[in-house]
Design a protein around this ligand. Structure first.
Ligand code: A2P
Length: 316
Protein backbone atom coordinates (compact mmCIF):
# COMPACT_ATOMS: atom_id res chain seq x y z
CA UNK A 1 0.00 0.00 0.00
CA UNK A 2 1.22 3.47 -0.86
CA UNK A 3 1.92 5.60 2.18
CA UNK A 4 2.90 9.15 3.14
CA UNK A 5 5.24 10.29 5.88
CA UNK A 6 4.71 12.58 8.84
CA UNK A 7 7.48 15.02 9.75
CA UNK A 8 9.00 12.51 12.18
CA UNK A 9 9.05 9.77 9.53
CA UNK A 10 5.99 7.83 10.76
CA UNK A 11 3.93 6.48 7.89
CA UNK A 12 0.22 6.56 7.11
CA UNK A 13 -1.37 4.40 4.40
CA UNK A 14 -2.87 6.58 1.68
CA UNK A 15 -6.15 4.64 1.66
CA UNK A 16 -8.00 4.24 4.93
CA UNK A 17 -11.46 2.95 5.78
CA UNK A 18 -13.93 5.74 6.50
CA UNK A 19 -16.52 5.08 9.21
CA UNK A 20 -18.75 8.19 9.06
CA UNK A 21 -22.32 6.96 8.50
CA UNK A 22 -21.35 3.30 9.02
CA UNK A 23 -24.25 1.82 10.89
CA UNK A 24 -24.35 -0.07 14.17
CA UNK A 25 -24.20 -3.77 13.56
CA UNK A 26 -22.29 -3.25 10.30
CA UNK A 27 -19.28 -1.13 11.19
CA UNK A 28 -17.48 -3.80 13.27
CA UNK A 29 -17.71 -6.33 10.48
CA UNK A 30 -16.56 -3.66 7.99
CA UNK A 31 -13.45 -3.00 10.06
CA UNK A 32 -12.71 -6.73 10.29
CA UNK A 33 -13.18 -7.22 6.54
CA UNK A 34 -10.99 -4.20 5.86
CA UNK A 35 -8.11 -5.36 8.05
CA UNK A 36 -8.28 -8.92 6.73
CA UNK A 37 -8.17 -7.48 3.18
CA UNK A 38 -5.05 -5.42 3.88
CA UNK A 39 -6.24 -2.05 5.21
CA UNK A 40 -3.90 -0.64 7.86
CA UNK A 41 -5.69 2.66 8.45
CA UNK A 42 -9.13 3.32 9.97
CA UNK A 43 -10.65 6.80 10.27
CA UNK A 44 -13.02 7.29 13.22
CA UNK A 45 -14.63 10.11 15.20
CA UNK A 46 -16.47 10.37 18.49
CA UNK A 47 -19.48 11.97 16.84
CA UNK A 48 -19.97 9.06 14.44
CA UNK A 49 -21.38 7.21 17.45
CA UNK A 50 -19.82 3.89 16.50
CA UNK A 51 -16.41 3.85 18.19
CA UNK A 52 -17.39 1.20 20.77
CA UNK A 53 -18.31 -1.30 18.05
CA UNK A 54 -15.09 -0.47 16.19
CA UNK A 55 -13.20 -1.01 19.45
CA UNK A 56 -14.69 -4.49 19.85
CA UNK A 57 -13.73 -5.37 16.29
CA UNK A 58 -10.16 -4.12 16.81
CA UNK A 59 -9.84 -6.13 20.02
CA UNK A 60 -11.05 -9.26 18.22
CA UNK A 61 -8.55 -8.63 15.42
CA UNK A 62 -5.66 -8.16 17.86
CA UNK A 63 -6.68 -11.22 19.91
CA UNK A 64 -6.92 -13.36 16.78
CA UNK A 65 -3.45 -12.21 15.68
CA UNK A 66 -4.82 -10.71 12.46
CA UNK A 67 -2.83 -7.51 13.02
CA UNK A 68 -0.67 -5.95 15.73
CA UNK A 69 -1.55 -2.61 17.27
CA UNK A 70 1.62 -0.99 15.94
CA UNK A 71 0.79 -2.07 12.39
CA UNK A 72 -2.57 -0.28 12.18
CA UNK A 73 -3.13 3.48 12.09
CA UNK A 74 -6.17 4.73 13.98
CA UNK A 75 -7.46 8.30 13.72
CA UNK A 76 -10.22 9.88 15.81
CA UNK A 77 -11.57 13.40 16.20
CA UNK A 78 -12.43 15.74 19.04
CA UNK A 79 -16.09 16.74 18.88
CA UNK A 80 -17.22 20.37 19.02
CA UNK A 81 -18.64 19.98 22.53
CA UNK A 82 -15.19 19.42 24.09
CA UNK A 83 -13.12 22.38 22.86
CA UNK A 84 -12.54 23.78 26.32
CA UNK A 85 -8.98 23.12 27.37
CA UNK A 86 -10.02 20.98 30.35
CA UNK A 87 -12.49 18.97 28.22
CA UNK A 88 -10.04 17.78 25.56
CA UNK A 89 -8.15 15.03 27.38
CA UNK A 90 -11.31 13.59 29.02
CA UNK A 91 -12.98 13.45 25.56
CA UNK A 92 -9.88 11.76 24.14
CA UNK A 93 -9.86 9.27 27.03
CA UNK A 94 -13.52 8.43 26.32
CA UNK A 95 -12.62 7.74 22.69
CA UNK A 96 -9.66 5.59 23.77
CA UNK A 97 -11.93 3.67 26.12
CA UNK A 98 -14.57 3.17 23.38
CA UNK A 99 -11.95 2.06 20.87
CA UNK A 100 -10.28 -0.04 23.56
CA UNK A 101 -6.87 1.44 22.76
CA UNK A 102 -4.00 2.88 24.83
CA UNK A 103 -3.15 5.50 22.23
CA UNK A 104 -4.36 6.96 18.94
CA UNK A 105 -2.11 7.43 15.95
CA UNK A 106 -3.80 10.71 15.07
CA UNK A 107 -6.26 13.00 16.84
CA UNK A 108 -7.92 15.87 14.97
CA UNK A 109 -9.97 18.88 16.00
CA UNK A 110 -13.07 17.87 14.02
CA UNK A 111 -14.34 21.39 13.18
CA UNK A 112 -13.26 24.98 13.83
CA UNK A 113 -16.58 25.31 15.64
CA UNK A 114 -17.23 25.19 19.40
CA UNK A 115 -20.43 24.13 21.15
CA UNK A 116 -21.26 24.65 24.78
CA UNK A 117 -19.19 22.29 26.90
CA UNK A 118 -20.72 18.80 27.00
CA UNK A 119 -23.66 19.64 24.71
CA UNK A 120 -25.46 16.42 23.74
CA UNK A 121 -26.67 16.16 20.14
CA UNK A 122 -26.71 19.01 17.66
CA UNK A 123 -27.24 22.64 18.78
CA UNK A 124 -30.85 23.74 18.98
CA UNK A 125 -30.21 27.49 19.25
CA UNK A 126 -27.46 30.10 18.88
CA UNK A 127 -26.85 29.84 22.62
CA UNK A 128 -25.58 26.29 22.17
CA UNK A 129 -22.58 27.67 20.26
CA UNK A 130 -19.53 29.40 21.74
CA UNK A 131 -17.70 31.82 19.45
CA UNK A 132 -14.04 31.33 18.56
CA UNK A 133 -13.37 34.70 20.21
CA UNK A 134 -14.65 33.30 23.51
CA UNK A 135 -13.06 29.89 23.03
CA UNK A 136 -10.06 30.33 20.72
CA UNK A 137 -8.75 27.33 18.79
CA UNK A 138 -5.30 27.87 20.29
CA UNK A 139 -6.70 26.94 23.73
CA UNK A 140 -8.09 23.69 22.35
CA UNK A 141 -4.84 23.14 20.49
CA UNK A 142 -2.74 23.54 23.64
CA UNK A 143 -4.62 20.59 25.13
CA UNK A 144 -4.07 18.58 21.94
CA UNK A 145 -0.33 19.28 22.29
CA UNK A 146 -0.52 18.15 25.92
CA UNK A 147 -2.25 14.92 24.84
CA UNK A 148 0.63 14.25 22.48
CA UNK A 149 3.17 14.98 25.22
CA UNK A 150 1.40 12.49 27.48
CA UNK A 151 1.68 9.80 24.80
CA UNK A 152 -2.09 9.47 24.37
CA UNK A 153 -1.75 10.32 20.67
CA UNK A 154 1.20 10.11 18.28
CA UNK A 155 0.14 12.89 15.92
CA UNK A 156 -2.24 15.85 16.10
CA UNK A 157 -4.05 17.82 13.48
CA UNK A 158 -7.23 19.54 12.41
CA UNK A 159 -10.15 19.06 10.07
CA UNK A 160 -12.19 21.49 7.96
CA UNK A 161 -9.59 24.25 8.42
CA UNK A 162 -9.10 26.98 5.80
CA UNK A 163 -5.70 28.49 4.97
CA UNK A 164 -6.69 31.50 7.09
CA UNK A 165 -7.41 29.33 10.14
CA UNK A 166 -4.25 27.27 9.64
CA UNK A 167 -2.12 30.41 9.36
CA UNK A 168 -3.73 31.90 12.44
CA UNK A 169 -3.11 28.74 14.49
CA UNK A 170 0.45 28.36 13.20
CA UNK A 171 1.25 31.96 14.14
CA UNK A 172 0.44 31.15 17.77
CA UNK A 173 2.31 27.88 18.32
CA UNK A 174 5.48 26.07 17.28
CA UNK A 175 3.54 22.76 17.30
CA UNK A 176 2.04 22.99 13.84
CA UNK A 177 -0.83 20.72 12.83
CA UNK A 178 0.39 17.55 11.13
CA UNK A 179 -2.82 16.86 9.20
CA UNK A 180 -5.78 18.74 7.75
CA UNK A 181 -8.73 16.53 6.83
CA UNK A 182 -11.03 18.27 4.35
CA UNK A 183 -13.58 17.51 1.66
CA UNK A 184 -11.86 16.88 -1.69
CA UNK A 185 -12.93 15.28 -4.97
CA UNK A 186 -13.00 16.23 -8.67
CA UNK A 187 -15.83 18.75 -8.06
CA UNK A 188 -13.82 20.37 -5.23
CA UNK A 189 -10.08 20.42 -5.95
CA UNK A 190 -9.08 23.12 -3.44
CA UNK A 191 -5.63 23.38 -5.06
CA UNK A 192 -4.62 26.41 -3.02
CA UNK A 193 -5.43 24.73 0.29
CA UNK A 194 -3.75 21.45 -0.68
CA UNK A 195 -0.64 23.31 -1.88
CA UNK A 196 -0.50 25.43 1.26
CA UNK A 197 -0.67 22.32 3.43
CA UNK A 198 1.99 20.47 1.48
CA UNK A 199 4.32 23.51 1.47
CA UNK A 200 3.95 23.62 5.24
CA UNK A 201 4.49 19.88 5.80
CA UNK A 202 0.85 19.31 6.69
CA UNK A 203 -0.55 16.07 5.30
CA UNK A 204 -3.99 16.24 3.70
CA UNK A 205 -6.80 13.69 3.99
CA UNK A 206 -9.76 13.78 1.60
CA UNK A 207 -13.21 13.03 3.01
CA UNK A 208 -16.40 12.39 1.03
CA UNK A 209 -14.32 11.16 -1.93
CA UNK A 210 -17.31 9.35 -3.43
CA UNK A 211 -19.86 12.07 -2.72
CA UNK A 212 -21.23 10.62 0.54
CA UNK A 213 -24.56 9.67 -0.97
CA UNK A 214 -25.56 7.90 2.24
CA UNK A 215 -25.85 11.18 4.20
CA UNK A 216 -29.12 11.82 6.00
CA UNK A 217 -31.64 13.62 3.74
CA UNK A 218 -31.44 16.82 5.83
CA UNK A 219 -27.77 17.15 4.85
CA UNK A 220 -28.45 16.89 1.14
CA UNK A 221 -29.12 19.77 -1.24
CA UNK A 222 -31.57 19.46 -4.14
CA UNK A 223 -30.06 18.22 -7.40
CA UNK A 224 -26.63 17.39 -6.04
CA UNK A 225 -24.25 16.30 -8.80
CA UNK A 226 -23.21 12.63 -8.74
CA UNK A 227 -19.51 11.85 -8.75
CA UNK A 228 -19.94 8.13 -9.31
CA UNK A 229 -22.14 8.73 -12.38
CA UNK A 230 -20.03 11.47 -13.91
CA UNK A 231 -19.38 10.61 -17.60
CA UNK A 232 -15.75 11.84 -17.59
CA UNK A 233 -14.98 9.72 -14.52
CA UNK A 234 -16.71 6.72 -16.08
CA UNK A 235 -14.89 7.08 -19.41
CA UNK A 236 -11.54 7.09 -17.58
CA UNK A 237 -12.66 4.08 -15.54
CA UNK A 238 -13.48 2.16 -18.69
CA UNK A 239 -10.03 2.84 -20.15
CA UNK A 240 -8.35 1.34 -17.09
CA UNK A 241 -10.93 -1.41 -16.65
CA UNK A 242 -11.66 -0.21 -13.11
CA UNK A 243 -14.74 1.23 -11.40
CA UNK A 244 -15.70 4.91 -11.22
CA UNK A 245 -15.06 4.74 -7.47
CA UNK A 246 -11.50 3.55 -8.10
CA UNK A 247 -10.85 6.52 -10.40
CA UNK A 248 -12.27 8.90 -7.78
CA UNK A 249 -9.98 7.41 -5.13
CA UNK A 250 -6.87 7.18 -7.31
CA UNK A 251 -7.21 10.91 -8.02
CA UNK A 252 -6.11 11.59 -4.41
CA UNK A 253 -3.16 9.22 -4.55
CA UNK A 254 -1.86 11.15 -7.58
CA UNK A 255 -2.18 14.40 -5.58
CA UNK A 256 -0.19 12.97 -2.64
CA UNK A 257 -3.28 13.06 -0.45
CA UNK A 258 -4.79 10.42 1.79
CA UNK A 259 -8.32 9.21 1.13
CA UNK A 260 -10.87 7.52 3.40
CA UNK A 261 -13.75 5.97 1.43
CA UNK A 262 -16.55 4.70 3.65
CA UNK A 263 -18.10 1.34 2.93
CA UNK A 264 -19.74 -1.40 4.95
CA UNK A 265 -20.03 -3.69 1.92
CA UNK A 266 -17.30 -6.37 1.78
CA UNK A 267 -16.94 -6.27 -2.02
CA UNK A 268 -16.68 -2.49 -2.14
CA UNK A 269 -14.28 -2.36 0.83
CA UNK A 270 -11.93 -4.66 -1.09
CA UNK A 271 -12.46 -2.87 -4.40
CA UNK A 272 -11.61 0.49 -2.83
CA UNK A 273 -8.26 -0.80 -1.55
CA UNK A 274 -7.35 -2.08 -5.03
CA UNK A 275 -7.42 1.54 -6.17
CA UNK A 276 -3.69 1.68 -5.63
CA UNK A 277 -3.06 -0.89 -8.41
CA UNK A 278 -3.11 1.56 -11.35
CA UNK A 279 -2.02 5.12 -12.17
CA UNK A 280 -4.05 7.89 -13.77
CA UNK A 281 -2.11 9.67 -16.51
CA UNK A 282 -1.38 13.39 -16.42
CA UNK A 283 -3.91 13.87 -19.24
CA UNK A 284 -6.56 12.09 -17.19
CA UNK A 285 -5.74 14.20 -14.14
CA UNK A 286 -6.13 17.27 -16.39
CA UNK A 287 -9.51 16.00 -17.56
CA UNK A 288 -10.60 15.56 -13.94
CA UNK A 289 -9.38 19.09 -13.31
CA UNK A 290 -11.99 20.41 -15.74
CA UNK A 291 -14.73 19.05 -13.45
CA UNK A 292 -13.81 21.39 -10.59
CA UNK A 293 -16.85 23.52 -9.73
CA UNK A 294 -16.17 24.16 -6.08
CA UNK A 295 -19.11 22.04 -5.02
CA UNK A 296 -19.30 20.84 -1.40
CA UNK A 297 -21.42 17.89 -0.26
CA UNK A 298 -20.67 18.92 3.34
CA UNK A 299 -21.45 22.61 3.06
CA UNK A 300 -21.16 23.49 6.75
CA UNK A 301 -24.45 25.41 6.69
CA UNK A 302 -25.64 23.32 9.64
CA UNK A 303 -23.19 25.27 11.82
CA UNK A 304 -24.31 28.74 10.76
CA UNK A 305 -25.94 30.76 13.52
CA UNK A 306 -28.35 33.64 13.11
CA UNK A 307 -26.27 35.83 15.43
CA UNK A 308 -23.22 35.62 13.13
CA UNK A 309 -21.01 33.63 15.55
CA UNK A 310 -20.45 31.16 12.76
CA UNK A 311 -20.85 32.06 9.14
CA UNK A 312 -18.64 31.31 6.18
CA UNK A 313 -16.82 28.69 8.20
CA UNK A 314 -14.59 27.80 5.24
CA UNK A 315 -13.49 31.46 4.94
CA UNK A 316 -14.33 31.84 1.27
P1 A2P B 1 -21.65 1.21 0.97
O1 A2P B 1 -21.24 1.50 2.36
O2 A2P B 1 -22.94 0.47 0.86
O3 A2P B 1 -20.55 0.58 0.14
P2 A2P B 1 -18.06 8.60 0.96
O4 A2P B 1 -16.86 7.76 1.26
O5 A2P B 1 -17.81 9.68 -0.06
O6 A2P B 1 -18.73 9.13 2.21
O7 A2P B 1 -19.15 7.67 0.24
C1 A2P B 1 -19.74 6.57 0.89
C2 A2P B 1 -20.87 6.06 0.03
O8 A2P B 1 -20.32 5.46 -1.16
C3 A2P B 1 -21.67 4.98 0.71
O9 A2P B 1 -23.01 5.10 0.29
C4 A2P B 1 -21.03 3.69 0.20
O10 A2P B 1 -21.97 2.64 0.23
C5 A2P B 1 -20.68 4.07 -1.22
N1 A2P B 1 -19.52 3.34 -1.76
C6 A2P B 1 -18.38 2.99 -1.12
N2 A2P B 1 -17.53 2.36 -1.94
C7 A2P B 1 -18.13 2.32 -3.15
C8 A2P B 1 -17.77 1.79 -4.43
N3 A2P B 1 -16.59 1.20 -4.60
N4 A2P B 1 -18.66 1.91 -5.44
C9 A2P B 1 -19.86 2.51 -5.26
N5 A2P B 1 -20.27 3.04 -4.09
C10 A2P B 1 -19.41 2.94 -3.04
Amino acid sequence: MKSLKFRNGDQIAQIGLGTWKSKDGLVGEAVKTAVKSGYTHIDCAATYGNEAEIGEALTDLFDAGEINREDIFITSKLWNNAHKKEDVIPALKQTLSDLNLDYLDLYLIHWPVAFKSGLEGMPQSDDDFVSLEDLPIIKTWEAMVEAKKQGLVKHIGVSNFSIKKLKDLMSKTDEHPEMNQVELHPYLHQDELVNFCHENDILVTAFSPLGSQDRIPEMKADNEPSLLENPVVNAIAEKHDVSAAQVLLNFHLQRNCIVIPKSTNAGRIKQNLKTANFDLTQDEMNELKTLDKHFRYVNGKFFETSDGKYENIYDE
